[in-house]
Design a protein around this ligand. Sequence first.
Ligand SMILES: *Cc1c(COP(=O)(O)O)cnc(C)c1O
Ligand SMILES: [Zn+2]
Length: 418
Amino acid sequence: MKPNSIKLKCSTCGTEYSVDQIEYTCPLCGPLLGTLDVIYNYTEIGRKLTKDFLRKNPVFSLWRYLPILPVSQPTMIPDLHVGWTPVYRAVKLEEKWGVRNIRIKNDGVNPTASFKDRASAVAIVKAKEQNVAIVTAASTGNAASSWAAFAAISGLKNIIFVPKDAPRAKVAQLLIYGAEVLLVNGTYDDAFDLCCAAAEKWGWYNRSTAVNPYLAEGKKTAAFEICEQLEWEVPDYVFVPVGDGCIIQSVWKGFCEFYQLGLITRLPKLIGVQAEGSAPLVAAWENGASAVKPVIPKTVADSIAVGVPRDQLKALRAVRESGGMYIRVSDRDILSAIPLLARTTGVFAEPAAAAGLAGLRQLIDSGICKPHDTSLVLVTGNGLKDVDNALRAVENHPIEVENTLSGVAEKLSIISNK
Ligand SMILES: *Cc1c(COP(=O)(O)O)cnc(C)c1O
Ligand SMILES: [Zn+2]
């Protein structure tokens, strides 16, 4: 099969590279500024990727967009279902908040229970194309647990760098999938730098965010799905929790590509939501800066606890181009969004994944989102990923009871009050 013809383009200096010329970032601009975009021959793709092609497409995973993914040998595609995650109308929330149209896209149902599977599915194909034996990643937890699953089924050895306080469930996933887990004595940002240095020194294939240009290709498929699942009615706002900024810039790339292909006729405003204690992109946004001042992150939302956002350039650009904004939400608002989302839609989110809903709430309260606006909230990870913080988010407690009906009657106010 003919390879999808792609090139890599530096997001700062614009230099174009062929795919066998370069692997990670632009050597002229360095790792933080020299992140690369995968670019396609859109005229060629437009002939194949039409609404009719999609309507007849029997594949309901992210691979339904194969003509616009950087994979030339479909036999290398891993057999683990990723993507085409459900979109729900949040009717109870609409009633509660007096607005008309809220959608929730639940990426917590992916195989390792987070959005990161979209990136891993594509990156593992690129690793296999390179014939490598060892792969690596730095992660706050989800990218690693996702990568560990894909490495395992592909028979690749996987070395993972996570901060030592990563939630237990995520570390458990890593061990179950058989990864070599290095708990770095430091923050995620420290783990990231160490992983990149090790990958370079020992020649491992590196799935760390932003420096690997193929991750965005998997992540952009969420935008494609939104377009199709909402029957080509693009929402006014899309809310995305932001740490490194890779998800938000990828989702923007997806919308822009469908726009360029003529499949949609308008673009959404992207709202990047950060945790108050880890909001360097919000600060850069407010100051109109193009570079970010690093912070020491402190938040319950471990997946967005990032002091040096590695995809900062594209993440700032995406929100600017979309006409959206960056906002910060408190840990308290993040935690209270977890039971609210669960009790109104049935979707259980980890703290970072609930930040988008906290952001929507804030923009409705401040009047920026009007009652008639349509909003989609991206839920990026499953609540079972971080049970300790879930328990902190609720006021109700389990009640110990004698194993008798009178014991039940005694403890349940709903009965004893009568
Ligand atoms: C990784 C992650 C994010 C943030 O994605 P970035 O690309 O780092 O901005 C948000 N939520 C969850 C659950 C994640 O795992
Ligand atoms: Zn460059």
